[in-house]
Write a protein that binds this ligand. Sequence first.
Ligand code: GLV
Length: 317
Amino acid sequence: MKSLLITRPIADPVLAQARARFAVTLGKGPLDEDAAAAALGAHDLILPTLGDAFTAAAFRKAGKNPRCRILANFGVGYSHIDAAAAAAHGVVVTNTPDVLTDATADIGMTLLLATARRAGEGERMLRDGRWGGFGPKGLLGTHVTGKVLGIVGMGRIGQAVARRGHFGFSMPVIYYNRSPKAVDLPARQVADLHELMRLADFVVVTVPGGAANAGLIDRAAIAAMKPGGILVNIARGEVVDEEALIDALAAGRIAGAGLDVYLHEPHVPERLRALENCVLLPHLGSATVETRQAMAQMALDNLIAFAEGRAPPQRVN
Ligand code: GLV
């Protein structure tokens, strides 16, 4: 039986299938670079996830032709894997697109609504026993219906957020995407990121992480936002300048932020946690029972295809 390392526990039914086909080792926590390099030498197949540091250095340490020939990533985003370095070392990388699109778009809307309507603040107030009852001026938030929704990155998840905004909340949708992109709903592509930041009441960031988009939402882009604008990040922490965002929130330059991702997860800066005008979730984008099971199944199906000599369907490198 081939040896398979699954770096974090996955849905039981999929784990049972994996155990029936492979000699499974179950990891307990994220692999740092050294552990990732060691794992490449110790197993035939690996099912890694966010936080496992399969960097270029890890591949270098593992040597030219490591025992492991495939990383079937659990997750659509794979910026924790250097896919080019993997290819150079003869390692196939796959991911789990599509199955998490709706769950992640739902978290985008959860953050948008919760931030606009100050739901986190309200909940904290109530639980702390600080709620003094209904009042005409109590915890007034930002109206959502009919406001301009700006999407940064009009891929699958961006389009799913746009559909929710357009059909559910009558929001005019604008989007910024590096390449021209036609979509099947009324939405206008803007050529310039700063124009989108200026026009949108809500900016939802959904671009892939990694070097190509690191720092895309920089200090200048945040400064271009409307006073009273709200930023939602469901992409990756590195896409947004975290310090600049905290500065804008602390100064009240924008109304709020809804974040599901952070620069150095699971670390969330104390300054950010101290602010009332942001809603902070612990990377819940795909966290539904159904979605996480579908992701695990997709990752395993890629491994099985590879082990049987077929092309893994979700290959990315
Ligand atoms: C989660 O963030 C993923 O990339 O699947």
